[in-house]
Ligand binder design. Structure first.
Ligand code: ZN
Length: 291
């Protein structure tokens, strides 16, 4: 491409590294992409930094997970950026949840007693690669709308991503197939989309309620459940304290697996494909060792 085209590159800012990774798949060298949260951080709680404001001030497009995942930290940053292009409702604000399959949509009244329930449904939807495909399509459409001169380029990049993803999903499903129906416990409710796709059944959580740290009575209940139902694995996100899950696993005769919920969680996970490669390898390894 010419320097002139380079000068008009869209600045895309995403809240998470997963969205940045998929944006890169589609945007290639025709866009600049930057993520606010790092993949090893808890995306519910991101400490604001002045550098985030600089990113947002220059953004043409802000892509978010939505479903209130970022509600604790993003809205004030958006306001302080004074960038009209990326405010909610503006053309440069893209809430990607609207294009994805969303699970755990609560029915009925939500009360404080229920903990930090995500009231619009589970925002951890990017952990189903089929939602990754939907994310890519939505990003392709948005980039094409904002930079029509590159629409054919984005379409070609999407087609390529789509094809590689189909092949990769087949491989991941095949690796997980022998363990279909295995029951697991997870720390937070981060994995419903992942587990549904790959055939694991989540029966309980280390958190007694969403966002609430483990309590002794709930821990005891989990130990009993694991023993009774022969559940051997506890899946934990990297930003949670391992003491409770380790203690539960030790007493119940199971194992803790620290799965990465996001691209960038560790340096081997540099793109969206490597995220599933990494997690599925860990899981298959752990599942093959327990009955
Ligand atoms: Zn959550």
């Amino acid at each position: 491409m010419t320097a002139a085209a380079g000068a008009s590159k869209l600045n895309v800012v995403t809240t998470t590294e997963d969205l940045a990774a998929i944006s890169r798949e589609i945007g290639g060298d025709r866009i600049n992409v930057d993520s606010i949260a790092k993949g090893y951080q808890d995306p519910h709680f991101v400490e604001p930094k002045p550098s985030f404001l600089l990113k947002l001030q220059k953004a043409n497009l802000l892509a978010v997970v939505g479903l209130q995942l970022e509600i604790g930290w993003l809205p004030p940053l958006q306001t302080q950026s004074r960038n009209a292009r990326i405010q909610v409702g503006a053309p440069g604000y893209l809430d990607l949840s609207q294009f994805c399959q969303v699970l755990d949509i609560p029915t009925g009244q939500i009360t404080r007693a229920m903990g930090d329930v995500h009231p619009l449904g589970n925002p951890h939807y990017w952990l189903d690669p089929e939602n990754g495909r939907r994310l890519a399509k939505a990003i392709q459409n948005k980039l094409s709308e904002m930079q029509p001169a590159d629409a054919a380029y984005f379409a070609q990049r999407y087609a390529d991503f789509d094809q590689r993803l189909t092949a990769a999903v087949k491989g991941w499903e095949a690796k997980m197939a022998p363990y279909r129906g295995r029951k697991v416990i997870t720390y937070h409710r981060s994995w419903p989309n992942f587990c549904e796709r790959f055939g694991l059944v989540v029966v309980n959580y280390v958190e007694p309620k969403p966002g609430i740290p483990p309590t002794p009575s709930h821990t005891l209940e989990l130990i009993n459940t694991m023993k009774r139902d022969n559940i051997r694995l506890i899946l934990v996100e990297p930003y949670f304290d391992l003491r409770a899950p380790n203690a539960i696993a030790q007493t119940a005769g199971g194992a803790v697996v620290v799965l990465m919920p996001s691209v960038g969680g560790v340096k081997e996970i540099a793109d969206y494909f490597q995220l599933f490669d990494y997690d599925i390898n860990l899981l298959v390894n752990a599942l093959s060792k327990v009955k």
